[in-house]
Design a protein. Structure first.
Lengths: 388, 351
C-alpha cells in the first residue's frame, strides 16, 4: 500500500496548477456567479490541452488519461474553484456516444464536443421523475425513418449554452419501465425545443426543457431501441472518474479562517482563539482528508482496472454531507454579518461562505441523492435486504 | 520500481491479514475478551501465541532481533487485532519496541531483543510524569515490564515488575500508574524529541487502523443481527431508517480505514521522503475514534434492549471505542495541536 502520488502524477499536478494560474483568475471565478458555472474560454483551453479527450477511455478512442492524473486534474479544478461544470458532462456524453452511437453521432458530434467546440447537457430527469430516472415519460415515436419527441425534461443544466442534449425517452410505454427506454442526442436548435430557466436558491441557473413534436432522424438515436437502460448504466460508469464534488469545502474553510482572524467575540477575544471555532476548523480539515483518501482510493481502483461502484457512492455521500455541515458551521460562526450576500459591499470575501451555504444543499441531491447512495451502501456494501 | 498509488493490500499483506485474522478469531473470541475483563484486561496465553508468531517485534529491524517488516505490514496485523478487540497491548508494545530500537542502540541491545521477541512487554506513557516521577494511567501499565516515558526532554526507560492490577475503567483496559522515578535516560536532545514524537505518531496511526477494524467488526455484528431479528413480521434490517444509519456508519468506517492506512503509509514513507505522516496520524486517530463510536452507537441502538445487555457483544466494542482514544489524554488537546500544526494557527493569535 502507498497513498502517495508518483513523481509523474505530482509533475502533472504542477502542470495543472500552472495552467490554472494562467486560466482561472478572480474574474473567471466571479463569472461563474452569474449562475452558469461554465467559462467558454476555460473549457476550450482544457480541451486544447487534451484533458477533455484525455478523460475519455482509450478503448473508446479517447486519450485514456491515467486515472490518478485524472483524479489530480479534478482535484485541482475544484480546489481552484474553476467554473468547469461542462467538463464532466462533455466527457460523459462523448463516452456514451463513442460506446453506443452510430456513424453520425460518432463523426459529426463526438469530435466537436471532445474539441471543446460544442457543449452537451444531460436530459434524464423529468418533472415527475428524479431519482426514479427509469420512470421517464418523454415519448419518442417512430414515424418511418425518423422520430417524433414529445415531453419535458427538468434540471437540464447548461441547456441554454449547450449544443446538444442527451435525451432519455420512452419508446415502448407497454414494456416494463426499464425495458422501454431509448436514448437520443438531440441538437438543441431543433424546431420544437423550448428552454426555460429554472432559478435556484443557490443562484445557479438550471433549465426545464420542453419537446413539442421535435423531429429527429434515426441518426440521432444513441444505442439500440428499447435498450436505453443499458446505455444509462454505462453513463453512470463514465461519470465516476470526472464527476468531481470531492473537494467543495477547502475554499469555505480558508475563508472561515480569514474571517475568524479578523473578528472578535462579544467579550473582545479574537474569534480565531476560540476553542469551538478551532475545533470546527480542524474537524472540517479532517473531513477534507477523508474525502481525499476516498478520491485517491477510487482512482487507484480504476488504475488497477477494477470497477468500483459503491465506493463512488460513499465518496459522494460523505463529501456532500460534510460540505453541508461545514457551510452551516462557518455561516453560523459569522453571525449577522454572515447573512450579507455578495451584493453587499461589506460582505466578507464577496459573500463566499453565504453563497456556499445556499449552494451546498444541491450537492446532496444532484448526481444521486444522499438517500439513494445510502440505499446503495446498505444493499451493495452491507448486503442488507432491498428496501423501498 | 515506479511508485504508484496502491490502496489495497499486496498479495503478501493479504496472506498476513488472513493468517492473523484466523489467529485472532480463534484465540481472541469474545469469550476470551470477557475472561480477560475478569482479570486486568490481558490474556497471557494470547500474548505467548502472538510472540510465537513473531507479531510483537515484526516491525523491529532484523539487526535488533525483529522481523524487519514495515509499519504498513504491522498495520495489517493491527487491523485484525482491532477487529477482535484482542486483550493484549499489541500497539503500545510494537511502537515501543521500534522506539527502543531507534534510541537505545547498542547500549540497550539485550533489552530491545527481549522486547522484540515479546519476552518482555513494553509500553509508553504518553502523558507527563507527576512531581513524584509517577506516570498516571499508563496504557498497558498493569502488564508491561518496560515503560518508556518522556522526562524533561529526555526519553527514559524503566524496567520493573508490573502490578498485574488495573485501575477499574470503562473499557477494561490494563491501565495502571507506574513509578518511573528510577527510570534511566536513553536519549536526550533533539534526537529524543524526534524519536518520541515519531513513536506517538505511530501509536496514533496504528490505533486509527485498529479503530477501523473495531468499527468494521461491530458494523457486521449489526448487519448480522438486523438481518436475523424480525419485528412487525420483517427483518429489522429491511427498515430504511436502520439501513441508512448503518450506511452512514459504513461510509465513515471506510473513510476511517482509508485515512488510517494513508497515515501509516505516510509515516513509513517519512524514512525516505518528505511526508505529512504526523498530521495524518493525528487526524486519522480522531476520525477513527469518532467513526468507531458512531458505528458502535448505531449498532447498539439497532440491537434494541439486547444491545444494552451485558450478554450481547456490542457493549464490549462500545466501551473500547470510547476508551482507546482517551488513553492518549484529552482529545481536545489533540485537536488543539492540529489547529496549531495543520491550520497554522498560533497558540493565541490575539493582537
Amino acid at each position: 500500500m502507498d497513498f502517495a502520488m508518483s513523481a509523474e502524477a505530482e509533475a502533472f499536478r504542477a502542470e495543472v496548477r500552472q495552467f490554472l494560474a494562467e486560466h482561472v483568475d478572480a474574474e473567471t471565478i466571479a463569472a461563474g456567479r452569474d449562475g452558469t458555472i461554465h467559462s467558454p474560454a476555460l473549457h476550450r483551453a482544457i480541451a486544447e490541452r487534451g484533458w477533455l479527450s484525455g478523460a475519455v477511455p482509450a478503448e473508446l478512442g479517447g486519450g485514456g488519461m491515467d486515472p490518478m492524473e485524472l483524479c489530480v486534474l479534478v482535484e485541482e479544478l475544484q480546489l481552484h474553484q474553476a467554473p468547469a461544470d461542462a467538463l464532466g458532462v462533455a466527457v460523459v456524453a462523448v463516452s456514451m456516444i463513442l460506446e453506443h452511437g452510430g456513424e453520425h453521432l460518432r463523426t459529426a458530434v463526438a469530435p466537436r464536443i471532445m474539441a471543446g467546440e460544442a457543449l452537451a447537457c444531460l436530459g434524464y430527469s423529468e418533472p415527475e421523475s428524479g431519482s426514479d430516472v427509469a420512470a421517464a415519460r418523454t415519448r419518442a415515436e417512430r414515424r418511418g425513418d425518423h422520430w417524433i419527441i414529445n415531453g419535458a425534461k427538468m434540471w437540464t443544466t447548461l441547456a441554454h449554452v449547450a449544443d446538444y442534449v442527451v435525451l432519455l425517452t420512452r419508446t415502448d410505454p407497454d414494456a416494463p419501465k426499464h425495458r422501454g427506454l431509448t436514448f437520443f442526442v438531440a441538437p438543441l436548435d431543433a424546431a420544437g425545443i423550448e428552454i426555460r430557466p429554472v432559478e435556484t436558491m443557490g443562484n445557479e441557473r438550471s433549465n426545464a426543457t420542453f419537446y413539442d413534436n421535435v423531429v429527429l432522424g434515426d441518426e440521432w438515436r444513441l444505442g439500440e431501441v428499447n435498450d436505453g437502460w443499458a446505455v444509462m448504466k454505462t453513463a453512470l460508469k463514465y461519470e465516476r472518474g470526472i464527476a468531481g464534488g470531492q473537494f467543495p469545502s477547502p475554499p469555505v474553510i480558508e475563508a472561515a479562517i480569514d474571517w475568524a482572524r479578523g473578528a472578535r467575540r462579544a467579550d473582545g477575544a479574537s474569534l480565531i482563539d476560540d476553542d469551538e471555532v478551532r475545533h470546527k476548523l480542524v474537524r472540517a480539515a479532517i473531513d477534507v482528508e477523508v474525502c481525499r483518501s476516498f478520491a485517491y482510493h477510487t482512482a487507484a481502483l480504476a488504475s488497477d482496472g477494477a470497477m468500483f461502484g459503491v465506493e463512488g457512492s460513499m465518496t459522494k455521500l460523505f463529501a456532500s454531507e460534510s460540505y453541508k455541515k461545514h457551510c452551516a458551521w462557518f455561516f453560523d460562526m459569522m453571525g449577522a454579518h454572515g447573512l450579507l450576500t455578495g451584493d453587499d459591499p461589506d460582505a466578507h470575501r464577496d459573500g463566499l461562505i453565504e453563497e456556499h451555504y445556499r449552494h451546498a444543499p444541491v450537492t446532496a441531491i444532484y448526481g444521486g441523492t444522499s438517500e439513494i447512495n445510502r440505499n446503495l451502501v446498505a444493499e451493495s456494501w452491507l448486503g442488507l435486504p432491498r428496501s423501498r | 520500481m515506479r511508485q504508484v498509488v496502491r490502496t489495497r493490500y499486496s498479495e503478501d499483506q493479504q496472506a498476513v491479514a488472513e493468517a492473523f485474522g484466523e489467529l485472532f478469531a480463534r484465540e481472541a473470541s469474545t469469550e476470551a475478551v470477557r475472561a480477560a475483563e475478569a482479570g486486568c484486561g490481558f490474556d497471557a496465553g494470547l500474548w505467548r501465541t502472538l510472540a510465537a508468531a513473531g507479531a510483537p517485534g515484526m516491525a523491529v529491524a532484523a539487526d535488533f532481533g525483529g522481523g524487519g517488516a514495515s509499519l504498513v505490514d504491522l498495520a495489517v496485523v493491527v487491523y485484525e487485532w482491532g477487529r477482535r478487540i484482542a486483550p493484549v497491548p499489541l500497539v503500545e508494545h510494537a511502537v515501543c519496541a521500534r522506539l527502543l530500537a531507534a534510541v537505545g542502540g547498542d547500549s540497550q541491545r539485550d533489552l530491545v531483543a527481549a522486547v522484540a521477541a515479546g519476552e518482555l512487554i513494553a509500553t509508553l506513557a504518553p502523558g507527563p510524569l507527576d512531581s513524584g516521577g509517577v506516570a498516571r494511567l499508563v496504557p498497558a501499565g498493569a502488564v508491561a515490564d518496560v515503560v518508556v516515558a518522556r522526562r524533561a526532554g529526555d526519553v527514559v526507560v524503566a524496567q520493573s515488575q508490573p502490578a498485574s492490577r488495573a485501575r477499574p475503567n470503562t473499557a477494561d483496559l490494563p491501565l495502571a500508574d507506574r513509578d518511573l522515578s528510577d527510570a534511566q535516560t536513553v536519549a536526550s536532545g533533539a534526537g529524543a524529541e524526534d524519536a518520541w514524537k515519531r513513536a506517538l505518531s505511530e501509536w496514533k496511526a496504528l490505533m486509527a487502523v485498529a479503530y477501523a477494524g473495531l468499527a468494521s467488526e461491530v458494523l457486521y455484528m449489526g448487519v448480522d443481527y438486523t438481518k436475523q431479528r424480525h419485528q412487525f413480521g420483517v427483518p429489522v434490517g429491511s427498515f430504511q431508517a436502520v439501513q441508512h444509519g448503518l450506511a452512514d456508519a459504513a461510509t465513515r468506517t471506510e473513510g476511517a480505514r482509508l485515512l488510517a492506512f494513508r497515515a501509516v503509509c505516510a509515516l513509513e514513507a517519512e524514512q525516505t521522503r518528505r511526508s505529512d505522516g504526523a498530521r495524518l496520524a493525528s487526524m486519522a486517530l480522531l476520525f477513527g475514534a469518532e467513526s468507531a463510536r458512531f458505528a458502535a452507537d448505531r449498532v447498539l441502538q439497532y440491537h434494541g434492549g439486547y444491545g444494552y445487555s451485558a450478554e450481547y457483544d456490542v457493549q464490549l466494542y462500545y466501551r473500547r471505542a470510547a476508551g482507546w482514544l482517551l488513553q492518549l489524554g484529552d482529545p481536545s488537546a489533540e485537536i488543539a495541536r492540529l489547529a496549531h500544526t495543520d491550520l497554522g494557527l498560533k497558540a493565541t493569535e490575539a493582537a
